[in-house]
Design a protein around this ligand. Structure first.
Ligand SMILES: [Zn+2]
Length: 452
């Protein structure tokens, strides 16, 4: 069943310049027609879905997720991660390479794609490692990874320290026409910091991670990128200085794109005082001024896309056995005892994000910081471009990857109801307005909120 008529929604397709009340007819998994609302009739065998009051947009795409499979099934599997993606409105997600084994060879890529195929859910777009084993020493075979299905290269989780390796990677990526996504961190400056270097880290008595650990590496890498002419993508940019460097590099002709995460534009470092390790990630939540800088970057176009950096972790990896009693809403945290501060420092970095990313980004539309079309650009069209996907539009003939969003549906984030296997979120209990109600991949419904 991959044919349907979506009747009377607000179709928002910036690639085609469409924003208005339209019917969308899907036949055999492809968009057959998009016409003024009320003008299309279903053919035999096409389901009719009334989507009045909803947005109908090209399927959302997240260019940065961690699905932990192979290697860490207690945190996430490809099946659970793709179900979480579909529930969040995503029709495709780019799965990072820091699995075990690392996705640095064709066998792992094949395994990932086979698992994704049998999940019959959102699509998995493999991200290949840049260097073997993420060790930063030897490049992977870029051409063979592309042949297997990789659409982006990244050692995410770990920066590429050696500038010679990085410039060789840029040359290879440029030759083959793909982008490299960079985790920007100078580890001599971040020094394993548990939180942003600021008030919260001081209060808790844990080590701090400065803005410069990110921006100094962005500065170096953009200088190398300008020389090479390669397409470079800055993952999870989080500081005012990083955005200033990206703007300057663009003026110098760099092919640079960048993503920002919902947690970096919704929360500042003080969230760690409430949520503890569930507000610990890399790069860390920053100062209030940097949150404003992320919002400016979204509004002025410096940030090309929203990515969740979905990073599931179990209770144990987050050291919640030790730390849970000291955190939570209503807790006023004082300096942690030394052994607890050590636990905090050792807690795994990352937050789950697939099921909250759209709701948090819709908050920007409700606050009139961006319009709906810009949201679709940042969550579908631009990530499709980064990943070299034939997606991100509802033009006639396009593959019918479609997200139907009820922008006004109010809901509460309840981690225990996530389809992800992990619960590590600093958004528990938050009221959000708007969510995906139908996620359609190749004309088939893979998530239907009405049935949940
Ligand atoms: Zn990263």
């Amino acid at each position: 069943m991959n044919s349907m008529l979506l009747k009377g929604g607000r179709v928002i397709d910036p690639a085609s310049g469409v924003d208005g009340a339209y019917d969308v007819l899907v036949r055999d998994g492809e968009v057959e027609a998009v016409e003024a609302a009320g003008s299309l009739a279903p053919f035999e065998g096409a389901a009719v879905v009334d989507v009045r009051g909803c947005w109908v947009v090209p399927g959302l795409i997240d260019a940065h997720v961690h699905l932990r499979d192979p290697g860490f099934p207690e945190k996430e599997t490809i099946a659970s991660g793709l179900r979480a993606a579909a529930a969040g409105g995503f029709t495709a997600v780019a799965a990072m390479a820091n699995t075990s084994p690392v996705n640095d060879g064709p066998e792992t890529t094949r395994y990932m794609l086979e698992r994704a195929k049998s999940a019959h859910c959102a699509r998995l777009i493999p991200v290949s490692a840049v260097t073997r084993g993420l060790r930063g020493v030897e490049l992977v075979d870029f051409a063979s990874m592309i042949e297997q299905g990789a659409r982006l290269f990244s050692d995410d989780g770990i920066p590429i320290d050696d500038p010679v390796i990085l410039s060789r990677a840029f040359d290879e990526a440029k030759r083959l026409g793909y982008a490299i996504s960079l985790h920007e961190e100078d580890r001599a400056l971040s020094c394993d910091g548990a939180l942003n270097a600021g008030e919260a880290s001081k209060l808790l008595g844990v080590s701090g991670y400065t803005d410069s650990a990110e921006s100094e590496r962005v500065r170096r890498d953009l200088a190398i990128a300008i020389g090479s002419g390669a397409a470079v993508h800055i993952a999870h940019a989080s500081t005012a200085e990083s955005f200033a460097l990206i703007r300057a590099a663009r003026r110098h002709g760099a092919h640079v794109t960048c993503e920002v995460t919902p947690h970096h534009f919704v929360l500042d470092e003080s969230a760690a005082l409430i949520w503890g390790p569930n507000a610990k990630m890399n790069p860390p939540l920053r100062s209030h001024g940097n949150v404003e800088a992320v919002l400016d970057a979204i509004q002025d176009g410096t940030a090309d896309m929203i990515a969740s950096d979905h990073a599931p972790h179990d209770h144990k990896s987050k050291r919640m056995d030790d730390l849970a009693p000291f955190f939570g809403p209503g807790h006023a945290v004082a300096c942690l005892a030394r052994d607890l501060a050590e636990s905090f420092a050792r807690a795994a970095n990352g937050v789950v994000g697939l099921e909250t990313s759209l709701g948090l980004t819709l908050g920007l539309v409700h606050r009139s910081l961006i319009d709906a079309s810009r949201l679709v650009q940042m969550m579908s069209l631009n990530p499709a471009g980064l990943l070299r996907l034939d997606a991100g539009t509802l033009a006639t003939g396009a593959i019918a990857d479609i997200t139907v969003i009820d922008p006004n549906l109010e809901w509460t984030v309840m981690p225990e109801r996530f389809l992800s296997k992990s619960r590590n979120t600093p958004f528990a209990g938050m009221r959000l307005k708007g969510r995906a109600v139908l996620t359609i991949v190749g004309g088939e419904i893979v998530f239907d909120a009405r049935k949940e």
